[in-house]
Every structure is written in structure tokens, then in C-alpha cells.
Design a protein around this ligand. Structure first.
Ligand SMILES: Cc1cc2nc3c(=O)[nH]c(=O)nc-3n(C[C@H](O)[C@H](O)[C@H](O)COP(=O)(O)OP(=O)(O)OC[C@H]3O[C@@H](n4cnc5c(N)ncnc54)[C@H](O)[C@@H]3O)c2cc1C
Length: 384
């Protein structure tokens, strides 16, 4: 057993941390006020190779081990939680396309994703279907060389800015999860309409709806085989969940480090407040829990890199880390006293931004159902 990152990975962490501190952190608050999509930050991240970590070199990426994408997600989210989405979504969707997409699809979309010129979203959730994703109702009907897509998607991150989107639709409505297929749909195609939903957090990511009104999608924009969409996305989620956990942990650890500095400097009752047990104990407890969640998340990515099962670990990370991060950031806000409640401080934004990923990519309840399924067996699934 070896808990160390390699020297190369440590260097990568240092590089990303320095970059994120100077190029991303100063603009994090701005996005909350302007609600402008962070195109400049995306381009800078692409320049450093952070958008192509799971895209092969042939398409402009560097195809790193998943552990490396975890380091990037953690370090970027320390500086700007929302920019962490670019690492996470590009890693997850990049992998989906290079594993399952046709060569034409790869050539058309992977270079743009890697160089940051193409924003790719993912549309699974619908107005009436979120957790129960296998029951989605968007239809894809084959007509010769095209599929005609009709339906409504919602809660799509990047909706207001995306150039294209991976859309899940039923090619066989009678086949349940086995009837779901995945397509790349371009935002400018006829019949595509998007609206932005005002959100309480991650405002600059322009989460919104996607209406598909008889959109004609060329057959070569089907990803993989018909009917395999649900299985592709579920295995991809196992990866994305560990990255999301590391984003949340990075953001909370940054808050905790800032708080450790503050409590050494702030005095009350004639001494630094860091001397009081009531201040020390939440810091000690939160640090312990963050470190444990971090180890679990990296272990999950390591299992993936080793080609070993990691579904249970991914869901363990995903139910725990966002919840833990919200709690830790809340403690940090309180340890700053009234200053923590001032708008200039980042804590309220971090709380609202991180909270979104308690829901996005599957709620804690759904993750616990997955963990229990893996532990107890499928026959104990609540909906069988
Ligand atoms: C910040 C953010 C980003 C997102 N980005 C995307 C995106 O890019 N693409 C996309 O497609 N979607 C995205 N989503 C949507 C997200 O994946 C869904 O919101 C999520 O899966 C939950 O679905 P729902 O909102 O329909 O809740 P519902 O399924 O209606 O659930 C409502 C509540 O009931 C609980 N519940 C449901 N079923 C059970 C059960 N069997 N047992 C116990 N409790 C249950 C849930 O846990 C939840 O608390 C995003 C959401 C957020 C907040």
C-alpha cells in the first residue's frame, strides 16, 4: 500500500494550484454577480490542458489517469468551484465520446472540447423525471438516416452557453432502461430551444432547459449502440461522482485553511481565538472528515484506473462529500463571526454553489440506494 502521489502528480498539483490561484480565484465572486459564463477561464484552463485530461492525444488531449483528473478537479475548485465543472464534465463526456463515439463523432467534437472552444453539456433530467432517470420520456424516432428527437430536458448545466449537448432519449419506449440511447445534439439545430433557470448558486454556469421539437439528428450522432445509453451514462457517473466529491472537498479545504489563518489572527478575551477549544475542535473534526472523504475519493479513482469495480465507492463519495463540504463551509463562515456574513467573503457563494452538487448528478438518497444495493444485493432494491 502506498498513499503517495508520484513526483509528477505532485508537480501537476503545484502547477494547477498556482494557475488556479492567479487565473481563476480572483474572478470567482464576479461570476456570482454578473452571471456571465466564464469563457475566459475556460480558455485559460484549456491552454493548461485541463479540459483534455480524458481525451486522447490524437484529438488534442493528454489522456491522463483518472487520478490526475481528480487532482485537477480538487485544485481548480479550491479557487473557483464553478470552473471545477469544466474539468469534471469534460473528463466524463470526453471519456464517453472516445470510448463509445464513432470516429466521425470523435473527430468532430473531441478537439473542440480539448481546446476549450466547444462547450458540451449533458441532458438527462426532464421536468417530470430526475432520480428515476430510466423513465425518461424524450423520444428519438428513426427516419432513414436521421433520428427525430422530441421532448423537454431540464436542469442542464451550461444550457445557456453550450454549443452541443449529449442528450438521452428513448429509441424503444417499451424497453425501460434498455430503450435509452445517447445522441450529440448541436444547439444551433432547428427545433432546439434553450432557456436559463435562475439558480441560487453556480449562477454563471447558466443551468437551464432544453426543448427538442422534432430535431433531426444525423444517424452518426448516435453515441455507441442504440439502447446502450443508460449503461454508458451510469458507468460514466461512477467516474463523475468521485470528481464532484473532490471539487466539494477542495472548496471546503480552501475555506478551512482560510479559517485556520483567520482564527490565529483574530483576538477575543485577550488571546487569539485559535486558543479556544470551541474553535479548535470543529477545525480538527472538519479536517479529519475532509481528509477521510478525500482518501475515499482518490481510492475510487484509483480503482477506476486499475479497472476494478468502483460503483459503491463512487456513490459513497457522492452522498458524503457535498454534504460534508456544506457543513464545513458553514462552520468556517461562523468561525469568521460577523465578517463571515459579509458579502465580500466567499463563504455564502461557496455554500450555495456546493449545495447544488448535493442534488446534481444524483441526490444523497439515490446514492445510498446504490450503496445499499451493492452491499445487500439487487433483490433489496426498494423499487423492484
Ligand atoms: C447544480 C445542478 C446541476 C445539474 N446539472 C445537470 C446536468 O448537467 N444535466 C442533467 O441532466 N441534470 C442536471 N441536474 C439535475 C439533477 O441531476 C437532478 O436534479 C437530480 O438527479 C434529482 O432529480 P429531481 O430534481 O427530479 O428530483 P426528484 O427525483 O424529483 O427527487 C426529489 C426528492 O425525492 C428524493 N427521492 C426520489 N426518489 C427517491 C427514492 N427512491 N428514495 C428516497 N428518496 C427519493 C430525492 O432524493 C429528492 O430529495 C443538475 C442539478 C443541479 C441542482
Amino acid at each position: 500500500m502506498d498513499f503517495r502521489f508520484s513526483e509528477e502528480q505532485e508537480q501537476f498539483r503545484d502547477t494547477v494550484r498556482r494557475f488556479a490561484r492567479s487565473e481563476l480565484a480572483p474572478y470567482y465572486r464576479e461570476g456570482d454577480h454578473t452571471k456571465a459564463f466564464p469563457h475566459r477561464q475556460l480558455a485559460a484552463m484549456a491552454e493548461l490542458g485541463l479540459t483534455g485530461l480524458r481525451i486522447p492525444e490524437a484529438w488534442g488531449g493528454s489522456l491522463q489517469p483518472c487520478l490526475v483528473s481528480g487532482i485537477a478537479a480538487e485544485e481548480v475548485a479550491r479557487a473557483d468551484f464553478n470552473c471545477g465543472y469544466f474539468v469534471e464534465q469534460n473528463a466524463f463526456l470526453g471519456e464517453l465520446l472516445w470510448r463509445f463515439g464513432s470516429p466521425q463523432l470523435q473527430e468532430r467534437y473531441l478537439p473542440g472540447m480539448a481546446n476549450g472552444s466547444l462547450v458540451m453539456g449533458i441532458a438527462l433530467t426532464e421536468p417530470a423525471v430526475g432520480s428515476d432517470a430510466a423513465n425518461l420520456t424524450t423520444r428519438a424516432v428513426r427516419e432513414g438516416d436521421v433520428y427525430v428527437l422530441s421532448g423537454e430536458k431540464t436542469s442542464v448545466s451550461f444550457a445557456g452557453a453550450m454549443d452541443a449537448c449529449v442528450v438521452f432519449a428513448k429509441t424503444d419506449p417499451r424497453a425501460g432502461a434498455r430503450g435509452i440511447s445517447a445522441f450529440v445534439v448541436r444547439s444551433e439545430w432547428d427545433g432546439v430551444r434553450r432557456t436559463v433557470l435562475p439558480s441560487i448558486g453556480s449562477k454563471c454556469l447558466l443551468r437551464g432547459t432544453l426543448v427538442l421539437d422534432g430535431v433531426r439528428v444525423p444517424r452518426d450522432h448516435l453515441i455507441g449502440e442504440e439502447g446502450k445509453g443508460f449503461y454508458m451514462i451510469m458507468s460514466g457517473f461512477d467516474y463523475a461522482r468521485a470528481l464532484i466529491a473532490l471539487m466539494c472537498i477542495g472548496c471546503a479545504m480552501q475555506s478551512l485553511e482560510e479559517t485556520m489563518q483567520y482564527v490565529k489572527e483574530r483576538h477575543a478575551f485577550g488571546r487569539p481565538i485559535a486558543k479556544f477549544e470551541g474553535v479548535q475542535f470543529p477545525i480538527a473534526e472538519d479536517y479529519t472528515l475532509l481528509e477521510a472523504a478525500r482518501l475515499l475519493s482518490y481510492r475510487c479513482l484509483w480503482l477506476k484506473d486499475e479497472g476494478l469495480p468502483h460503483t459503491k465507492e463512487a456513490s459513497m463519495c457522492k452522498w458524503w462529500a457535498p454534504k460534508l463540504a456544506v457543513e464545513v463551509i458553514h462552520h468556517c463562515l461562523l468561525l469568521h463571526g460577523h465578517y463571515g456574513y459579509v458579502e465580500d467573503m466567499p463563504f455564502d457563494q461557496r455554500l450555495r454553489d456546493v449545495m447544488g452538487l448535493e442534488i446534481g448528478d444524483g441526490t444523497a438518497q439515490i446514492q445510498k440506494i446504490v450503496v445499499a444495493r451493492e452491499l445487500l444485493g439487487r433483490e433489496f432494491l426498494p423499487y423492484r
